[in-house]
Design a protein around this ligand. Structure first.
Ligand code: NI
Length: 181
């Protein structure tokens, strides 16, 4: 396994649209292992392949406090949405920034697991939020896109300043492990 570098806003590579996975092979297994390792180490509760500059439709999530409930979604599609909920979100690609985003409260997701097996399941609460956030990454979209242009510009400047300050130091933690994905 290997730690991958997480791209940070406003890196233009985060705007790439991911392609569907067609081969459920050892390479895909390695990619998901590396994504879990990177997500756990960040630390975060979710990661999309886009964030590590791999433009395939692969998402890993683990919202458990013991970090032992890994979920993999490959080629995910939302087939039904219900309700609306506003949640404070964070993102490993926008470190240290948290803000309210309105999304569907419940989603039904159709996806494949790492063996290529199709499944369809309902999710609510933080899992529903996290899946929608990660699926946005696969479309080249970030949670800051939901904020005002003024806020986005302020965030861009703040991250830019922080990147300069920590140029010689390792990447700092994104903050609360339970809110960054
Ligand atoms: Ni994110």
């Amino acid at each position: 396994m290997a730690l991958k570098t997480i791209l940070e806003y406003p890196d233009p590579r985060l705007r790439t649209r991911a392609q569907p996975v067609t081969r459920f092979d050892a390479e895909l297994g390695r990619l998901s292992d590396d994504m879990f390792e990177t997500m756990y180490s960040a630390p975060g509760i979710g990661l999309a392949a886009t964030q590590v500059d791999v433009h395939k439709q692969v998402i890993v999530i683990d919202i458990s406090s013991e970090r032992n409930e890994p979920l993999v979604f490959i080629n995910p599609e939302i087939v039904a949405r219900e309700g609306e909920a506003s949640t404070e979100e964070g993102c490993l690609s926008v470190p240290g920034i948290f803000d309210q985003v309105k999304r569907a409260a419940k989603v039904r997701v159709r996806a494949r697991d790492r063996q290529g097996e199709a499944f369809e399941r309902d999710y609510d609460d933080i899992l529903a939020v996290c899946i929608q956030h990660e699926m946005d990454h696969l479309d080249g979209k970030l949670f800051v896109d939901y904020l005002s242009a003024l806020k986005r510009e302020r965030i861009r400047k703040k991250l830019d300043k922080e990147r300069k300050e920590r140029a010689s130091r390792p990447r700092r933690s994104a903050g609360d492990a339970h809110r960054a994905y």
